[in-house]
Write a protein that binds this ligand. Structure first.
Ligand code: ZN
Length: 293
Protein backbone atom coordinates (compact mmCIF):
# COMPACT_ATOMS: atom_id res chain seq x y z
CA UNK A 1 0.00 0.00 0.00
CA UNK A 2 1.05 3.65 -0.31
CA UNK A 3 0.12 7.17 0.79
CA UNK A 4 1.12 9.73 -1.85
CA UNK A 5 1.24 13.41 -0.89
CA UNK A 6 2.47 16.74 -2.25
CA UNK A 7 5.20 18.26 -0.07
CA UNK A 8 7.19 21.41 -0.93
CA UNK A 9 5.90 21.19 -4.52
CA UNK A 10 7.08 17.61 -4.99
CA UNK A 11 5.64 14.10 -4.76
CA UNK A 12 6.25 12.40 -1.43
CA UNK A 13 5.35 9.12 0.18
CA UNK A 14 4.11 9.17 3.76
CA UNK A 15 4.41 6.78 6.63
CA UNK A 16 2.63 7.35 9.94
CA UNK A 17 4.59 10.47 10.82
CA UNK A 18 7.24 11.24 8.17
CA UNK A 19 7.36 12.23 4.51
CA UNK A 20 9.89 10.87 2.03
CA UNK A 21 10.77 12.70 -1.18
CA UNK A 22 9.70 10.30 -3.90
CA UNK A 23 12.33 11.22 -6.50
CA UNK A 24 15.06 10.81 -3.87
CA UNK A 25 13.60 7.46 -2.87
CA UNK A 26 13.44 6.30 -6.49
CA UNK A 27 16.81 7.81 -7.46
CA UNK A 28 15.06 9.33 -10.47
CA UNK A 29 14.04 13.00 -10.66
CA UNK A 30 11.14 12.22 -13.02
CA UNK A 31 9.19 11.01 -9.97
CA UNK A 32 9.08 14.49 -8.43
CA UNK A 33 5.80 15.39 -10.17
CA UNK A 34 2.76 14.01 -8.29
CA UNK A 35 0.89 13.61 -11.59
CA UNK A 36 3.68 11.40 -12.96
CA UNK A 37 3.67 9.40 -9.73
CA UNK A 38 -0.08 8.80 -9.97
CA UNK A 39 0.29 7.52 -13.53
CA UNK A 40 2.94 5.08 -12.25
CA UNK A 41 0.78 3.94 -9.32
CA UNK A 42 1.68 0.27 -9.70
CA UNK A 43 5.34 1.09 -8.93
CA UNK A 44 4.45 3.15 -5.85
CA UNK A 45 3.73 -0.01 -3.87
CA UNK A 46 7.32 -1.21 -4.17
CA UNK A 47 8.77 2.25 -3.49
CA UNK A 48 6.56 2.54 -0.41
CA UNK A 49 7.93 -0.80 0.72
CA UNK A 50 11.33 0.88 1.11
CA UNK A 51 10.04 3.15 3.88
CA UNK A 52 11.31 2.31 7.35
CA UNK A 53 7.89 2.50 8.92
CA UNK A 54 5.10 0.49 10.42
CA UNK A 55 3.51 0.39 6.96
CA UNK A 56 6.12 -2.22 6.05
CA UNK A 57 6.43 -5.13 8.44
CA UNK A 58 9.55 -6.40 6.68
CA UNK A 59 12.12 -3.61 6.95
CA UNK A 60 14.57 -3.26 4.10
CA UNK A 61 18.30 -3.63 4.73
CA UNK A 62 18.88 0.11 4.16
CA UNK A 63 15.92 2.08 5.48
CA UNK A 64 14.99 5.20 3.53
CA UNK A 65 15.76 8.55 5.10
CA UNK A 66 12.71 10.74 5.69
CA UNK A 67 12.60 14.32 4.44
CA UNK A 68 10.97 15.42 7.67
CA UNK A 69 7.90 15.29 9.84
CA UNK A 70 4.51 15.54 8.14
CA UNK A 71 3.32 17.73 11.02
CA UNK A 72 5.93 20.39 10.11
CA UNK A 73 4.70 20.78 6.53
CA UNK A 74 1.78 22.47 4.79
CA UNK A 75 0.76 19.87 2.23
CA UNK A 76 -0.26 20.83 -1.29
CA UNK A 77 -3.17 19.31 -3.21
CA UNK A 78 -2.26 15.62 -3.55
CA UNK A 79 -3.56 15.70 -7.16
CA UNK A 80 -2.43 19.16 -8.25
CA UNK A 81 -3.20 19.21 -12.00
CA UNK A 82 -5.84 16.67 -13.03
CA UNK A 83 -6.98 16.79 -16.63
CA UNK A 84 -10.61 16.36 -15.49
CA UNK A 85 -12.45 16.86 -12.21
CA UNK A 86 -15.83 15.17 -12.18
CA UNK A 87 -18.28 15.76 -9.36
CA UNK A 88 -21.50 13.91 -8.67
CA UNK A 89 -24.63 15.50 -7.21
CA UNK A 90 -27.33 13.77 -5.17
CA UNK A 91 -25.46 10.51 -4.69
CA UNK A 92 -26.63 9.73 -1.16
CA UNK A 93 -30.31 9.00 -0.65
CA UNK A 94 -30.63 11.10 2.52
CA UNK A 95 -28.96 14.11 0.84
CA UNK A 96 -31.33 13.85 -2.13
CA UNK A 97 -34.20 13.94 0.36
CA UNK A 98 -32.90 17.02 2.22
CA UNK A 99 -32.69 18.93 -1.06
CA UNK A 100 -36.20 17.73 -2.07
CA UNK A 101 -34.81 16.26 -5.28
CA UNK A 102 -36.04 13.15 -7.01
CA UNK A 103 -33.43 10.39 -7.30
CA UNK A 104 -31.46 10.74 -10.54
CA UNK A 105 -31.69 7.87 -13.07
CA UNK A 106 -27.96 8.19 -13.90
CA UNK A 107 -25.11 9.96 -12.07
CA UNK A 108 -25.83 13.71 -11.99
CA UNK A 109 -22.44 14.95 -13.15
CA UNK A 110 -20.87 18.40 -13.23
CA UNK A 111 -17.29 19.66 -13.15
CA UNK A 112 -15.21 21.54 -10.68
CA UNK A 113 -12.48 23.28 -12.66
CA UNK A 114 -9.01 22.08 -11.57
CA UNK A 115 -7.98 25.62 -10.53
CA UNK A 116 -10.28 25.29 -7.48
CA UNK A 117 -8.16 22.53 -5.94
CA UNK A 118 -6.24 23.28 -2.77
CA UNK A 119 -4.29 21.53 -0.05
CA UNK A 120 -5.78 19.82 3.01
CA UNK A 121 -5.13 22.80 5.32
CA UNK A 122 -5.88 25.62 2.88
CA UNK A 123 -7.94 28.62 3.93
CA UNK A 124 -11.20 29.14 2.08
CA UNK A 125 -12.01 32.69 0.96
CA UNK A 126 -15.79 32.92 1.19
CA UNK A 127 -17.41 34.32 -1.97
CA UNK A 128 -20.66 35.34 -0.27
CA UNK A 129 -23.14 34.54 2.47
CA UNK A 130 -24.46 31.23 1.06
CA UNK A 131 -21.27 29.17 0.92
CA UNK A 132 -21.75 25.55 1.97
CA UNK A 133 -19.70 22.51 2.97
CA UNK A 134 -19.88 19.07 1.28
CA UNK A 135 -17.51 16.36 2.51
CA UNK A 136 -16.87 13.74 -0.20
CA UNK A 137 -14.85 10.67 -1.00
CA UNK A 138 -12.63 11.49 -4.00
CA UNK A 139 -11.53 8.81 -6.48
CA UNK A 140 -8.14 9.23 -8.19
CA UNK A 141 -7.82 7.45 -11.53
CA UNK A 142 -4.44 5.76 -12.02
CA UNK A 143 -4.90 3.84 -15.23
CA UNK A 144 -6.99 5.59 -17.85
CA UNK A 145 -9.27 4.11 -20.43
CA UNK A 146 -12.59 4.14 -22.23
CA UNK A 147 -15.55 1.81 -21.65
CA UNK A 148 -14.19 0.47 -18.37
CA UNK A 149 -16.49 -2.20 -17.00
CA UNK A 150 -17.67 -1.94 -13.39
CA UNK A 151 -15.98 -5.26 -12.61
CA UNK A 152 -12.60 -3.81 -13.73
CA UNK A 153 -13.13 -0.33 -12.30
CA UNK A 154 -11.15 -0.64 -9.06
CA UNK A 155 -8.06 -1.76 -11.00
CA UNK A 156 -8.12 1.63 -12.78
CA UNK A 157 -8.12 3.54 -9.48
CA UNK A 158 -4.73 4.68 -8.12
CA UNK A 159 -6.25 5.48 -4.77
CA UNK A 160 -8.77 7.43 -2.75
CA UNK A 161 -8.61 10.77 -1.02
CA UNK A 162 -10.96 13.12 0.78
CA UNK A 163 -12.39 16.37 -0.54
CA UNK A 164 -14.66 19.26 0.24
CA UNK A 165 -16.93 20.28 -2.63
CA UNK A 166 -17.33 23.85 -1.32
CA UNK A 167 -20.37 25.40 -3.00
CA UNK A 168 -21.71 28.94 -3.36
CA UNK A 169 -25.42 28.11 -3.41
CA UNK A 170 -26.48 31.43 -4.99
CA UNK A 171 -24.04 31.12 -7.89
CA UNK A 172 -24.71 27.37 -8.20
CA UNK A 173 -28.46 27.93 -8.58
CA UNK A 174 -28.41 31.10 -10.68
CA UNK A 175 -29.98 30.69 -14.09
CA UNK A 176 -32.55 28.32 -15.53
CA UNK A 177 -31.66 25.53 -15.71
CA UNK A 178 -28.95 26.01 -13.07
CA UNK A 179 -25.35 25.22 -14.05
CA UNK A 180 -23.42 24.00 -11.03
CA UNK A 181 -19.82 24.25 -12.19
CA UNK A 182 -18.84 27.88 -11.53
CA UNK A 183 -20.54 28.04 -8.14
CA UNK A 184 -18.35 25.11 -7.10
CA UNK A 185 -15.13 26.37 -8.74
CA UNK A 186 -14.13 29.53 -6.89
CA UNK A 187 -10.40 29.43 -6.14
CA UNK A 188 -9.91 27.25 -3.07
CA UNK A 189 -13.33 25.56 -3.26
CA UNK A 190 -11.78 22.10 -3.73
CA UNK A 191 -9.51 21.23 -0.82
CA UNK A 192 -8.35 17.61 -1.15
CA UNK A 193 -6.05 15.34 0.77
CA UNK A 194 -4.16 14.74 2.87
CA UNK A 195 -2.87 11.98 0.56
CA UNK A 196 -3.85 9.59 -2.21
CA UNK A 197 -4.26 6.31 -0.33
CA UNK A 198 -3.98 3.11 -2.36
CA UNK A 199 -7.09 0.96 -2.64
CA UNK A 200 -5.44 -2.01 -0.90
CA UNK A 201 -5.18 0.04 2.31
CA UNK A 202 -8.95 -0.31 2.81
CA UNK A 203 -10.63 -3.37 4.30
CA UNK A 204 -13.57 -2.60 2.00
CA UNK A 205 -13.11 0.35 -0.41
CA UNK A 206 -16.88 0.42 -0.96
CA UNK A 207 -17.59 1.06 2.73
CA UNK A 208 -15.62 4.01 4.13
CA UNK A 209 -16.89 6.17 6.96
CA UNK A 210 -16.63 9.95 6.49
CA UNK A 211 -17.67 13.00 8.49
CA UNK A 212 -17.60 16.78 8.60
CA UNK A 213 -17.55 19.15 11.58
CA UNK A 214 -18.11 22.89 11.20
CA UNK A 215 -16.70 24.94 14.09
CA UNK A 216 -16.81 21.85 16.29
CA UNK A 217 -20.37 20.76 15.44
CA UNK A 218 -20.83 17.41 13.67
CA UNK A 219 -22.76 18.25 10.50
CA UNK A 220 -22.29 15.21 8.27
CA UNK A 221 -21.58 11.56 8.93
CA UNK A 222 -22.14 8.62 6.63
CA UNK A 223 -20.53 5.68 4.91
CA UNK A 224 -19.77 5.28 1.22
CA UNK A 225 -21.75 2.03 1.28
CA UNK A 226 -24.77 4.39 1.16
CA UNK A 227 -23.80 5.82 -2.25
CA UNK A 228 -26.59 5.50 -4.81
CA UNK A 229 -24.01 5.09 -7.61
CA UNK A 230 -20.94 3.39 -6.13
CA UNK A 231 -17.35 3.93 -7.27
CA UNK A 232 -17.29 1.09 -9.88
CA UNK A 233 -20.55 2.37 -11.35
CA UNK A 234 -19.21 5.95 -11.56
CA UNK A 235 -15.95 4.90 -13.23
CA UNK A 236 -17.86 2.73 -15.69
CA UNK A 237 -20.45 5.41 -16.46
CA UNK A 238 -18.00 8.31 -16.87
CA UNK A 239 -15.62 6.22 -19.01
CA UNK A 240 -18.50 5.30 -21.31
CA UNK A 241 -18.55 8.99 -22.28
CA UNK A 242 -15.05 10.41 -21.64
CA UNK A 243 -11.68 8.69 -21.97
CA UNK A 244 -10.37 8.74 -18.42
CA UNK A 245 -6.75 9.82 -17.94
CA UNK A 246 -4.35 9.08 -15.10
CA UNK A 247 -4.88 11.74 -12.44
CA UNK A 248 -8.51 12.44 -13.29
CA UNK A 249 -10.51 12.73 -10.09
CA UNK A 250 -14.14 12.13 -9.15
CA UNK A 251 -15.85 13.86 -6.22
CA UNK A 252 -18.40 11.14 -5.49
CA UNK A 253 -21.15 13.22 -3.87
CA UNK A 254 -21.95 14.35 -0.35
CA UNK A 255 -24.07 12.81 2.40
CA UNK A 256 -26.91 14.66 4.14
CA UNK A 257 -26.22 17.43 6.61
CA UNK A 258 -25.12 20.31 4.39
CA UNK A 259 -25.84 23.90 5.36
CA UNK A 260 -28.52 24.35 2.69
CA UNK A 261 -30.70 21.83 4.54
CA UNK A 262 -30.02 23.56 7.88
CA UNK A 263 -30.28 27.22 6.88
CA UNK A 264 -26.74 27.70 8.20
CA UNK A 265 -23.93 28.75 5.89
CA UNK A 266 -20.20 29.29 6.34
CA UNK A 267 -18.99 32.51 8.00
CA UNK A 268 -15.51 33.99 8.29
CA UNK A 269 -13.78 32.31 11.24
CA UNK A 270 -15.61 29.00 10.82
CA UNK A 271 -13.42 25.91 10.78
CA UNK A 272 -14.28 22.91 8.59
CA UNK A 273 -12.78 19.69 9.91
CA UNK A 274 -13.45 16.73 7.60
CA UNK A 275 -12.31 13.16 7.98
CA UNK A 276 -12.51 9.71 6.47
CA UNK A 277 -11.44 6.33 7.76
CA UNK A 278 -7.91 5.35 6.69
CA UNK A 279 -7.53 8.47 4.48
CA UNK A 280 -7.17 11.12 7.18
CA UNK A 281 -8.38 14.65 7.72
CA UNK A 282 -8.79 18.08 6.14
CA UNK A 283 -8.71 21.22 8.28
CA UNK A 284 -9.89 24.33 6.50
CA UNK A 285 -10.55 27.77 7.92
CA UNK A 286 -13.02 30.19 6.34
CA UNK A 287 -11.81 33.72 5.76
CA UNK A 288 -13.05 36.97 4.24
CA UNK A 289 -12.20 37.30 0.58
CA UNK A 290 -9.00 39.18 -0.13
CA UNK A 291 -10.05 41.90 -2.55
CA UNK A 292 -7.86 43.10 -5.36
CA UNK A 293 -6.05 46.40 -5.18
ZN1 ZN B 1 -20.80 17.74 -4.03
Amino acid sequence: MFRLAHVRGRAALLDDSHWFDLATLAGDESWSDPMVAIARHHDLHALSGALSSSLTPARPARPARPGGLIADETLGACVPRPQKVFAIGLNYRAHAEETNATLPPSPLTFTKFPSCLAGPDASIELSGESVDWEVELVVVIGTGGRHIGAADAWSHVAGLTLGQDISDRVVQRAGTPPQFSLGKSFDGYGPIGPAVVSVDAFADPDDIGLWCDVSGERMQTSRTSDLIFDVPTLVSYLSSICTLAPGDIIFTGTPSGVGMGRGRFLRPGDTIDSGAEVIGELHNRCVQPVTAG
